[in-house]
Design a protein around this ligand. Structure first.
Ligand SMILES: [Zn+2]
Length: 58
């Protein structure tokens, strides 16, 4: 499933994450369409977002 697709030329090749709260759960979201798993803690959701934005250093 896809969220509303951006209009003309609004495609961003950038990862801008935010967290969305749903009831007692929180999940990360990204402008690229990525979605993190529902977490019980906002910190965990943020960690998911960070991990997505910045691939773990190798
Ligand atoms: Zn992304």
């Amino acid at each position: 499933m896809r969220d509303d697709e951006p209009g003309e030329g609004a495609r961003l090749h950038r990862h801008l994450t935010s967290t969305v709260e749903r009831g007692s759960f929180c999940s990360a979201r990204c402008t690229c369409g990525w979605r993190g798993p529902a977490r019980r803690s906002r910190d965990l959701a943020r960690t998911d977002a960070r991990t997505h934005e910045t691939p773990p250093a190798s």
